[in-house]
Design a protein around this ligand. Structure first.
Ligand SMILES: CC(C)(COP(=O)(O)OP(=O)(O)OC[C@H]1O[C@@H](n2cnc3c(N)ncnc32)[C@H](O)[C@@H]1OP(=O)(O)O)[C@@H](O)C(=O)NCCC(=O)NCCS
Length: 404
């Protein structure tokens, strides 16, 4: 960080204007500023996020923001930060300011108690060098209405659909909890998140519909927007979906299929393991790398997790982080479902960079996958340590699809 440069939370109207100018240029270069501002101010981007500027005196050199939230990791709820709006005005690029704001912001987030960050990268290489690792893949399906028809043909379940409003958020959140029961890292959405990111989708209000079972319980919902490309070429894009069982899922898909008179194509992004993959025989499926994650505090993260009661172990583990010193060399003791972590000078039995450890701890990658890609320094003949690490950190399904 330069001598007179500092990270500041955006507070004054003058700072806000500079910040918005930088973010508009960085992310909406092709849109008129006034129009963008109107949309931006209605979105969660403006209401939920905490904005940051990296300043030299009164000049904004880089922008960023974060949304604090909690997400499940191996049965614990970890305090996380969703980082976005990392941008540098063009006249100050390639002078290290994005790196500076990221480094300063990560330290401040750690001071505020956050142990993990998540972001949607413009470049994986850029964030990997600062310690972020890939979380999970997802698939985007582009389907024509006949493609969808082939999946929904013969559906004979509930047709009790209704438009949902913000009054239904509690019921929707309950459906989502069931839908994500086996997945980690999805944000626990506060009410504002539902309002600003589900009902309002960045630039427009979404259509939100639910399907009800025979007992009158909400069994699934979806949110979608329709884009008109002109000349009656409309595309329906599903922006959120959750369901309790496959019958409700088929019901929701059949509801979408009834739009065949209005739209040509629909797009939906789903976890890589979604059953739609096996149901379809047409359509285009695009597999994409998703969000990236990074630990901010290895010791607290290790101590926050719940471990199987059957595990009892002691090992020395080193996590390398020369960007914000979130790692260190630790003696890790696990007993009765809890971890005790102390700094040590002892020789580590396993050593890895923070990005790889972030993936291991959250279950985004198995130990063996990390070893295969050469990201763990470990004696592979030491079966005790290999098995202990495998038992501590088995891979988990990751359900992170929320954008910020
Ligand atoms: C991406 C962006 C934030 C980089 O800002 P910057 O201040 O120029 O970045 P820095 O000078 O701190 O660059 C740090 C390192 O990343 C590299 N880098 C910068 N831009 C890069 C890019 N577009 N692709 C790959 N690497 C890049 C730099 O070369 C530098 O590496 P070096 O030290 O080896 O030379 C800026 O170009 C921007 O605002 N872009 C538009 C918005 C955007 O895409 N933001 C990212 C959202 S996830």
């Amino acid at each position: 960080m330069g001598a007179s440069c500092e990270l500041r939370e955006i507070r004054t109207e003058e700072e806000r204007q500079m910040w918005r100018g930088s973010v508009h240029y960085a992310f909406a270069l092709d849109q008129a500023y006034d129009e963008w501002l109107k949309q931006h101010e209605r979105s969660a981007s403006d209401e939920m996020e905490i904005k940051w500027g990296y300043f030299s005196d009164n000049t904004l050199l880089a922008s960023a923001s974060h949304i604090p939230y909690q997400a499940p990791v191996r049965g614990a709820l970890l305090p996380m930060a969703g980082v976005s709006n990392v941008g540098t005005p063009p006249e100050y690029r390639r002078q290290g300011h994005a790196e500076d704001i990221l480094r300063s912001l990560m330290k401040v987030l750690r001071e505020r108690g956050m142990v993990l960050t998540c972001l949607w990268p413009f470049s994986r290489r850029f964030y990997r060098r600062y310690g972020w690792g890939n979380a999970a893949e997802y698939s985007t399906y582009a389907l024509t209405m006949p493609d969808l028809r082939q999946v929904t043909r013969g559906y004979s379940g509930s047709r009790r659909f209704s438009r949902l409003s913000l009054d239904d958020v509690e019921a929707m959140a309950a459906v989502r909890r069931d839908y994500l029961a086996d997945y980690d890292l999805a944000p626990i959405r506060p009410w504002d998140w539902w309002r600003c990111r589900v009902f309002w989708d960045w630039q427009q209000w979404a259509h939100v519909y639910g399907i009800w079972d025979d007992e009158g319980v909400l069994s699934g919902y979806l949110a979608y927007v329709v884009k008109d490309h002109g000349d009656w070429q409309r595309e329906l894009r599903v922006t959120d979906i959750a369901y309790r069982d496959l019958a409700a899922y088929r019901g929701l898909l059949s509801f979408l299929q009834t739009h065949d008179s209005q739209v040509r194509e629909m797009k939906i992004s789903l976890f890589a393991s979604d059953p739609l993959f096996d149901w379809l025989s047409g359509g285009k499926i695009h597999r994409q790398a998703g969000a990236m994650i990074r630990l901010l505090d290895v010791k607290s993260a290790l101590e926050s997790l719940a471990y199987p009661e059957t595990i009892e172990l002691t090992m020395n583990l080193e996590v390398l982080d020369d960007f914000v010193a979130a790692g260190g060399c630790f003696k890790l003791e696990v007993a009765e479902g809890k971890a005790r972590v102390q700094s040590t000078d002892a020789t580590p039995e396993a050593r890895m960079p923070i990005g790889a450890f972030s993936q291991l701890l959250t279950g985004c990658r198995s130990l063996d996958a990390l070893i295969r890609t050469g990201r763990v320094d470990i004696d592979v003949s030491n079966v005790r340590i290999l098995n202990q690490l495998r038992a501590l950190f088995p891979p988990r399904q990751v359900g992170m699809m929320d954008h910020f």
